[in-house]
Design a protein around this ligand. Structure first.
Ligand code: DAH
Length: 356
C-alpha cells in the first residue's frame, strides 16, 4: 500500500469529519449569539482553524503544503456554513416579528427630530427684513472692539463716568495700553455707528444687530451676553420727528398694530438730546403684568447724534445730522414670547428651545 496515499486519505477524512461536525453545530444554533460563539470556536483568533494553521510549522516539510490547503478549505467551508445560517436566522426572526404578537404595523413611527431657528435669530431676521424695506443696510461689527470705537469716538473719553455703567470685559489689562490700542468685548452695538460713518458716505441708514457683553452679575433680567440692534440715520436736517416716525414703523412691524409712543429724557454721551422711547403696551388697555400696570413699555433709548460723534466718524456736523437708537433684542424677544428670565435664552436647555 502506498503510505502517502494513505495519509492523504486520512487527511481528507479528517477534513470531512471536521466539516460535518461544524455543520451540525452551526445548524443547531437557534440565534445569532449562539452562531457567533460557534464561529469564534472555529474561526476565531484562537480557534480550531487558527491552531491548525499555527501547527503546520511542526509537520514534516512534505506534508505542510497539503495541511495548509486543507486548513484553508476547512476555513472557507465553515465560513460559508456560518453565513448561510446567519441568513436563515435573519429571515426567521424577521418573519416572526412580522407575524408575531409583538408586531403592530399601526404603531406611529418614531418622531423625526427637526431643528428650529433660535428666537433671537427669528426676531433679528424679521427686523432686518423690515429695515431693509425701509431702505436701511445691515452692517456687522467686531465683538472684540477697540476702546476707540466702543467708547472714545462715542464721546465717552477715558475718565468719563459713563464708562462705569458699562461693566466692561477688558481683553488687554485695563490701562496697560494706550487707549487707542486697548481691546474690549464690545459693551453695546453703538461702535458700529462709528464704523458705518467711516465706511459710508452720507446720507445713509444702517442697522447693526449683534452680540454684546458686560461683566454683570446675572439675574432674571441681566445676562453677561445679550443682543442689541443699533440703528443710525445720517442725512440733512434730521430731526426728532424723523426719529419718531421711524420708531412708529418699527413698532408696527414688531407688534402688527399702530402704537402711541412717548419720549422721556435720557442721557447717553453720544446723543443730544437723548431719550427713552416708550410705547403703549400692546398687550392691554388698562394695565397688565408686562407693562407693570403703567400701560407703557420701555422700548428703546435713542436720540440725535452728538456732533462730536459725527466728527469722530469723519462727517461734517455743520452739513449733516442724524438720529440713532439701540434696541435691546434679547428684551424684545422676551416681551414678544413672554419669556420671564433672560437666562433661558442662551442656557442651552432644549425644553426651552423646542418651543420655537
Ligand atoms: N448703546 C447704548 C447702551 O447700550 C444704548 C443706546 C442709547 C444706543 C442711545 C443708541 C442711542 O444708539 O441713541 O447703553
Amino acid at each position: 500500500m502506498n503510505p502517502e496515499a494513505n495519509s492523504d486519505e486520512a487527511r481528507e477524512m479528517d477534513l470531512a469529519r471536521q466539516k460535518d461536525e461544524a455543520r451540525e453545530k452551526i445548524d443547531a444554533c437557534a440565534d445569532s449569539a449562539a452562531l457567533k460563539d460557534v464561529e469564534r470556536h472555529y474561526l476565531g483568533r484562537k480557534g480550531i482553524v487558527a491552531s491548525a494553521l499555527a501547527g503546520i510549522g511542526q509537520l514534516p516539510p512534505d506534508e505542510r503544503k497539503d495541511a495548509g490547503q486543507n486548513a484553508n478549505r476547512l476555513k472557507q467551508a465553515i465560513q460559508e456554513l456560518v453565513d448561510a445560517r446567519a441568513r436563515v436566522l435573519d429571515e426567521t426572526s424577521l418573519a416572526a416579528e412580522r407575524s408575531g404578537a409583538g408586531f403592530d404595523p399601526t404603531l406611529p413611527a418614531a418622531r423625526l427630530e427637526s431643528g428650529s431657528l433660535h428666537p433671537v435669530t427669528q426676531v433679528t431676521r424679521e427686523l432686518e427684513d423690515l429695515f431693509l424695506s425701509m431702505g436701511y443696510s445691515v452692517l456687522d461689527g467686531p465683538e472684540v472692539e477697540l476702546d476707540h470705537y466702543n467708547f472714545e469716538a462715542l464721546n465717552i473719553p477715558a475718565d468719563h463716568p459713563a464708562r462705569d455703567s458699562h461693566d466692561t470685559f477688558f481683553c488687554t489689562a485695563e490701562g496697560s495700553k494706550d487707549a487707542a490700542e486697548q481691546l474690549v468685548m464690545r459693551t453695546h452695538t453703538s461702535p458700529v455707528q462709528v464704523r458705518a460713518m467711516e465706511q459710508l458716505e452720507p446720507p445713509f441708514r444702517v442697522i447693526a444687530p449683534g452680540r454684546c457683553f458686560r461683566q454683570e452679575t446675572t439675574d432674571a433680567s441681566h445676562d453677561h451676553t445679550f443682543y442689541q440692534m443699533e440703528g443710525m440715520v445720517v442725512g440733512r436736517d434730521i430731526s426728532v420727528g424723523h426719529l419718531i416716525g421711524a420708531m412708529r414703523t418699527l413698532l408696527r412691524g414688531i407688534f402688527k398694530q399702530d402704537l402711541d409712543v412717548r419720549l422721556r429724557p435720557g442721557y447717553f454721551p453720544f446723543v443730544e438730546p437723548g431719550f427713552e422711547l416708550d410705547a403703549r403696551c400692546p398687550f392691554c388697555e388698562d394695565g397688565c403684568s408686562v407693562c407693570k400696570r403703567t400701560t407703557w413699555i420701555e422700548l428703546l433709548p435713542c436720540g440725535l447724534v452728538h456732533p462730536n460723534v459725527l466728527r469722530a466718524g469723519g462727517i461734517d456736523s455743520d452739513i449733516w445730522s442724524g438720529f440713532a437708537f439701540g434696541l435691546g433684542l434679547s428684551r424684545l424677544v422676551m416681551l414678544r414670547y413672554g419669556v420671564d428670565d433672560v437666562r433661558h435664552l442662551f442656557g442651552g436647555d432644549l425644553r426651552f428651545l423646542e418651543q420655537f
